[in-house]
Design a protein. Structure first.
Length: 293
């Protein structure tokens, strides 16, 4: 069954591990906090110039510096300064020895079915962050992901390379289209969103509130879109691995392995065996309580 239609979000702010209650969309509450800060810097700079015109270089520097900060944050996938962002599982899930496995950029007919078979063989679950356009091309594969007990989440409609440059209207369109395409194929509305490459600007947060989505990034990633060596990918994922981590791999846009097939197909068996050795369990991202991001 699909989730209930989006409702007016409840009040709140960022909590531990990226969990947060959702802020009300009234007045300035729907404006990204970082933009309120930038607006404050601009107002202070203008006031400074009006009071002391000779100080204009300092005022200009402050304004440019605030824009540079926003740009840097937009290229920092795990930051929570652009809004709530799940980077680790909640403590209760970590206490149960759970590690979230997330797989991006599919569905890919040449790879995803084999990924599903590997997960089945190890009794593991995962969240698949799927591109809406790919789901529309392969709806039966998206349905198969759900049928096997995994979750399909929103990875945007088209995986645009300029995603971090979009404005409010562009974000709303990409998120809404991704939701519609995935729900049409699977019958289930995604709960989470992950930006392409994790990059987004402050206007993504209001669009997430509008779409009733929660942003999820990761704790550690294997960089398997460009790394062809499965051993190196596994080392990146396993270095410092702990309960509560969120791991990122790709079934789409993945690098070709040193043998036949995508790197993920060579990494997953060893990764899942390692989790079992450490008494950890691979799970999908949990469905958050209502009223929480």
């Amino acid at each position: 069954m699909s989730r209930r239609p989006p409702q007016e979000p409840a009040a709140g702010g960022p909590g531990p591990h990226g969990a947060a209650t959702r802020a009300p969309r009234r007045g300035l509450a729907g404006v990204p906090p970082i933009l309120l800060g930038v607006g404050g810097v601009h107002a202070a700079a203008l006031a400074g110039v009006l009071a002391a015109p000779a100080a204009w270089p300092w005022a200009l520097g402050a304004a440019l510096g605030s824009h540079a900060l926003v740009t840097a944050l937009s290229l920092t996938p795990r930051t929570r300064l652009l809004g709530p962002n799940l980077t680790r599982l909640p403590p209760a899930h970590a206490a149960r020895g759970e590690v979230a496995l997330t797989i991006d950029d599919g569905p890919e007919p040449r790879v995803t079915p084999a990924v599903l078979d590997l997960l089945d063989a190890h009794g593991a679950k995962a969240s698949f962050f799927c591109i809406g356009a790919r789901v529309a091309r392969h709806p039966e594969l998206a349905r198969e992901i759900v049928r096997r007990g995994h979750r399909v989440e929103n990875h945007s409609a088209r995986h645009r390379h300029d995603f971090a440059l979009l404005g409010p209207r562009g974000y709303r369109a990409e998120l809404a289209a991704g939701q519609a395409l995935i729900q049409a194929a699977t019958g289930v509305a995604p709960t989470y969103f992950r930006a392409p490459a994790g990059f987004r600007n402050p206007w993504c947060w209001p669009a997430l509130l509008d779409a009733d989505l929660r942003l999820a990034s990761w704790t550690r990633r294997g960089f398997d879109t460009r790394e062809r060596d499965p051993a190196r990918v596994l080392r990146r994922l396993s270095r410092g691995l702990a309960a509560g981590d969120i791991l990122l791999l790709h079934d789409g846009h993945g690098a070709a392995g040193s043998h036949d097939g995508a790197v993920v197909l060579r990494v997953l068996p060893d990764l899942l065996a390692l989790l079992r050795e450490r008494s950890l369990r691979a799970v999908a991202l949990p469905v958050p309580p209502e009223g929480h991001a």
